[in-house]
Design a protein around this ligand. Structure first.
Ligand code: SAH
Length: 349
């Protein structure tokens, strides 16, 4: 592109570094470019396609950013600080086409896929808010593709975004620090397994019985548990030394959290001889529009113990940012706590 402007080729790299390494968000700020060239760039291109609509800070330090694309679609990103490291949870789609019964994002439906640029820009915006512009990406920062949308239904853009983010002269967030979560788009699990330099994988399971999973996660009617677990087994074969992958299990009170549900889950892992896995138990985050209740802490603990007694590693994901609708399954472009979502406000069906 630089060449089209009659500029030397190294300018392209200079711009890439300015945007991704120094995280500058306007051509004007790239003062090491000749002024005339900057003016031409401002005319011809956009450096930024997202704007921040609102930013909410939880009592636990979690931050939720409600952003908007240039054409008006909501994008949400969450910053989750912990003592040892920070995690940024990004969205792959505006809204989501999957109809998981317990998830608030599902209520939006799919608005549109995000571009690779929009995926990357979410991270840049959050880093700039948390750290000052121009500072290096802190080396502990982890990314999770667990925001709104189904990453594997926007596979190409997701993979391009990950490639851009891993560049050493850019954000330099390498795949080893990234985890992508899928609801079970089976063909893409195989494709993902074949990638040479891929992030970690999490699969949302939430039930080990087809009848219940059909209801909770209708994607199960397209690819059932047998197809999903067969793909998971194949994926296990692609793990690096010491690497494991995750099954997420949303804990729904009285629905999927009984002792017998735990036994069914343990048996499912056994049947497919999956051993390099861990289970992340996610207490359900409620919302008025959702019919489910979260399991009691005692239930969650008992479920975890039952899995452990069968030799399975299980962890409980502590809910973060529930008070600002930033927790798992709560991203529905909520603009204030009481009422409307942004899409209602802008009239998107
Ligand atoms: N579509 C992908 C990425 C979303 S990740 C996927 O389904 O994996 C979000 C995680 O939060 C998923 O494991 C999902 O099952 C879980 N989740 C959805 N709604 C939830 C809720 N209300 N409470 C807790 N977890 C929820």
């Amino acid at each position: 592109m630089a060449a089209n402007f009659g500029e030397p080729r190294y300018r392209a790299n200079q711009i890439f570094k300015a945007v991704h390494q120094r995280r500058l968000r306007s051509f004007d700020e790239i003062t090491d470019l000749p002024k005339k060239f900057r003016e031409k760039l401002i005319e011809a291109a956009d450096i930024s396609r997202l704007s921040v609509e609102s930013r909410y800070v939880s009592t636990d330090g979690t931050r939720r950013y409600l952003m908007k694309t240039a054409d008006g679609y909501p994008v949400e990103t969450v910053y989750i600080p912990t003592e040892s490291r920070d995690t940024i949870c990004f969205s792959s789609q505006s809204g989501c086409p999957l109809k998981c019964d317990f998830c608030l994002t599902a209520k939006l439906g799919l608005l549109r896929n995000l571009t690779a640029g929009e995926i990357v820009e979410q991270i840049i915006i959050v880093l700039n808010d948390v750290y000052s512009v121009g500072t290096e990406t802190p080396h502990g920062t982890n990314l999770v593709g667990m925001g709104a949308g189904e990453p594997f239904l926007n596979f190409e853009n997701l993979i391009s975004a990950l490639e851009i983010m891993s560049a050493e002269d850019g954000l330099f967030i390498v795949p080893n620090r990234v985890t992508i979560s899928t609801a079970g788009i089976v063909p893409k699990i195989y494709e993902f397994a074949r990638l040479e330099n891929r992030p970690h994988l999490a699969i949302s399971l939430s039930s080990a019985s087809d009848t219940l999973r059909d209801k909770l996660m209708p994607i199960n009617k397209r690819w059932n548990l047998d197809e999903l677990m067969t793909a998971a087994k194949e994926f296990e074969g692609s793990l690096k030394r010491g690497e494991r992958f995750t099954f997420e299990y949303v804990m729904l009170g009285g629905v999927n959290d009984s002792d017998s549900d735990a036994a069914t889950l343990a048996k499912l892992l056994d049947d497919y001889q999956l051993s390099r896995v861990k289970i992340n138990l996610i207490p359900h985050n409620g919302a008025e529009q959702l019919d489910y209740e979260t399991s009691t802490p005692e239930r969650v603990e008992r479920f975890k113990k039952l899995l452990e007694s069968r030799g399975i590693s299980a962890y409980v994901r502590q809910p973060r940012g529930r008070d600002i609708y930033a927790a798992c399954g709560q991203l529905a472009a909520m603009d204030n706590k009481s009422a409307e979502t942004v899409t209602e406000a802008i009239g998107v069906e």
